[in-house]
Design a protein around this ligand. Structure first.
Ligand code: NAD
Length: 279
């Protein structure tokens, strides 16, 4: 069967995602907030998921509305099946459908392995992995129900997981987190393999060190920042906007042939920086 490539709009950022609706989890802060704003700036209407900060989520939605797009906030714990089902139901009820899921909610509960509690383990796996599964399952169900929307996007739906360089780099003291992101890598690839023939595109972004609340301790003092830079060949921390812009592009038809890939956004952190001086 011959499937033609996309007829692309001009590279006008407002047209990138025109007519599409995106749901972003964990969108009241950090990378999720930046992704929600970038998708809105690229022309999408946005559902801003949050778990605990309604005012912050509303501020994100208001910023998107002030740019001319529609936005609503939805509270849901991504690890809770009923709440995820209800979130997608209200998104479809209010906005008609969902074209793009950015499964971004994540957390860390760090501990030396021998001291790691079951609660620490479950907290991270439940949000980072079970939450990704539940949100992606609802998105795939909606994409299959609705099918393609010619003229809106050549794909029938797009899923982007926020993974991490720790789907590649082991992380002592953070075994639960690295296990969740390593698991997310094969969740993403296996799902991409399973649904690509339905024209559903599944990919991940893998940030390195980005300036957000999740890792304040790693960049907020000069000493911590200098230490962090030993791990970053590009010698600066990343900003949330840089991840937002990459996600907007990856969700667009400009990236239509990118399937089952992880887009690493890390200033070179995965380049074995210990070998910078010859090893
Ligand atoms: P953040 O703490 O600002 O964002 C995490 C968001 O997830 C928060 O808004 C939080 O409320 C939300 N969240 C947590 N549990 C939730 C739940 N049960 N249901 C719904 N939302 C929930 O930190 P961030 O850096 O913006 O993290 C976003 C994503 O980026 C995470 O998946 C994280 O693992 C990943 N990441 C961050 C970095 C970095 O350097 N900041 C690097 C690699 C990956």
């Amino acid at each position: 069967m011959h499937v033609p490539g996309p007829v692309l709009p001009a590279l006008n950022s407002q047209a990138l995602l025109k007519g599409q609706t995106a749901l972003v989890t964990g969108a009241s802060s950090g990378i999720g907030r930046a992704i929600a704003l970038a998708l809105g700036a690229a022309g999408a209407d946005v559902i801003v998921n949050y778990v605990a900060s309604p005012a912050d989520a509303e501020a994100v939605a208001e910023a998107i509305r002030s740019g001319g797009r529609r936005a609503m906030t939805v509270q849901a714990d991504v690890a809770n099946e009923e709440q995820v089902l209800a979130m997608f139901a209200s998104a479809v009820r209010e906005f008609g459908t969902v074209d793009i899921l950015v499964s971004n909610a994540g957390r860390e509960c760090n501990a030396p392995f021998h001291e790691m509690s079951v609660a620490d383990w479950d907290a991270v796996i439940n949000v980072n992995l079970r939450g990704a599964f539940l949100c992606a399952r609802s998105a795939v169900r909606e994409f299959l129900r609705r099918g393609a929307r010619p003229g809106i996007s050549v794909a029938a739906g797009k899923i982007i997981f926020t993974s991490s360089v720790h789907e590649i780099i082991p992380w002592a003291g953070h075994v639960n987190y690295a296990a969740s992101k390593g698991g997310l890598m094969l969740l993403m690839k296996s799902l991409a393999q399973e649904v690509s023939d339905k024209r559903i595109r599944v990919n991940s972004i893998a940030p390195g060190a980005i300036r957000t609340p999740i890792n304040t301790a790693a960049w907020s003092t000069p000493e911590a920042y200098a230490d962090l830079m030993k791990l970053v060949p590009y010698k600066r921390i990343g900003e949330p906007d840089e991840v937002g812009r990459a996600a907007a592009w990856l969700a667009s038809d400009f990236a239509d042939y990118i399937v089952g890939a992880t887009l690493v956004i890390d200033g070179g952190m995965t380049l074995y920086p210990g070998f910078e001086s010859g090893g």
